[in-house]
Design a protein around this ligand. Structure first.
Ligand code: PSU
Ligand code: MN
Length: 310
């Protein structure tokens, strides 16, 4: 296989199975690691990360969990490396702005959606599965707190599969910003933006697809035409695991009020809100989180397979 610039520089290491699959043109799905290190409680985090890899394989694709270790971008962590990211204290949360510093300092860093997209693009991976994407925070009109996930979704040429975003974010403004950036948002078998724990948000998405093949056709049109950039697929949490709207809304409102009172800001805000919402909603929210992550990994695997067989 042609080696990319990042690979030749020594900063990029592909897992063995990922390198083989990419060289053969077989489907590969990138998976993020901030959800492992900072998004899910232990010990569920490592179990879910490994289950996502298994779901990807069952759908016919090779999983490539992404993180930074020992001065390298690793695309395709081993099971031991996933455990390390999930258990080692002091693992960084790396968005795009943090990647170079983590490499130079040889820090162990989990990658956010933005960080994972940037790294997966260097490796030539075209499909990515995550849970919830970052977006525009409440009060962003004064704080300007808008996740770097959004510009990276516009820049990196990958299909990202998510379950929408949690209402810890300003979802209407998040959709507005995705429109500004030119990111096609595609509801998977739905016309609505899912809100992570719930299947509906009351907000319409601009596009819709019914099958992995249809998503693949949209991605091919985006890329083969030369338009470039990414596409965002939003798949609702499976019905059986969706949480009642009232329960989630109460927990989120309380977490937001507490974060405001404690003056939590910047990169700490999202992990802080996620941990608080998980505490307030209890085990049920972890079960929903797990179900939607596996659902997204499966769908991403099928989309990657559809793209590879064209
Ligand atoms: N939303 C979730 N779970 C998560 C995240 C967001 O429901 O784990 C993580 C993702 O890694 C996402 C990051 O990319 O938080 C966004 O952080 P920020 O808002 O600081 O950009
Ligand atoms: Mn932020």
């Amino acid at each position: 296989m042609e080696r990319t610039g990042a690979e030749m520089s020594g900063y990029l290491r592909l897992g063995a199975a990922v390198a083989k699959a990419l060289a053969a043109g077989r489907p590969v799905v990138a998976l993020e690691s901030t959800v492992i290190a900072h998004g899910l409680p232990r010990p569920a985090n490592v179990e879910v990360a490994l289950a996502m890899e298994e779901a990807t394989r069952a759908a016919g694709a090779t999983p490539a969990t992404v993180a930074l270790l020992d001065g390298r971008i690793v695309v395709g962590l081993s099971a031991d490396e996933i455990t390390r990211i999930g258990e080692e204290p002091g693992v960084w949360k790396a968005s795009r702005r943090d990647l170079a510093a983590a490499l130079a300092r040889r820090a162990a860093a989990a990658t956010t959606v933005a960080g994972t997209l940037a790294c997966a693009a260097l490796a030539g991976v075209r499909v990515f599965a995550t849970g919830g994407v970052g977006g525009v925070h409440w009060g962003a009109e004064t704080t300007l707190d808008i996740s770097a996930d959004l510009p990276e979704l516009a820049r990196a040429p990958l299909v990202t599969v998510c379950a929408g975003a949690k209402a810890i974010l300003d979802l209407p403004r998040t959709l507005e910003y995705l429109e500004t950036l030119g990111v096609p948002v595609i509801g998977y078998q739905t016309d609505e933006l899912p809100a992570f724990y719930t299947r509906e948000s009351g907000l319409r998405v601009p596009h819709r697809a019914e099958s992995p093949e249809e998503v693949a056709a949209l991605a091919r049109a985006q890329w083969a035409s030369g338009l470039g950039g990414g596409l965002l697929v939003t798949a609702p949490v499976p019905e059986a695991h969706a949480l009642p709207r009232g329960q989630v809304e109460g927990a989120i409102e309380r977490a937001l009020a507490e974060a405001g009172a404690a003056n939590v800001r910047g990169a700490r805000l999202t992990p802080w809100l996620l941990a608080r919402v998980a505490e307030l909603t209890g085990g049920e929210s972890v079960a929903a989180n797990r179900a939607l992550l596996l659902n997204n990994a499966t769908l991403a695997g099928r989309i990657a397979a559809a793209l590879a067989s064209a």
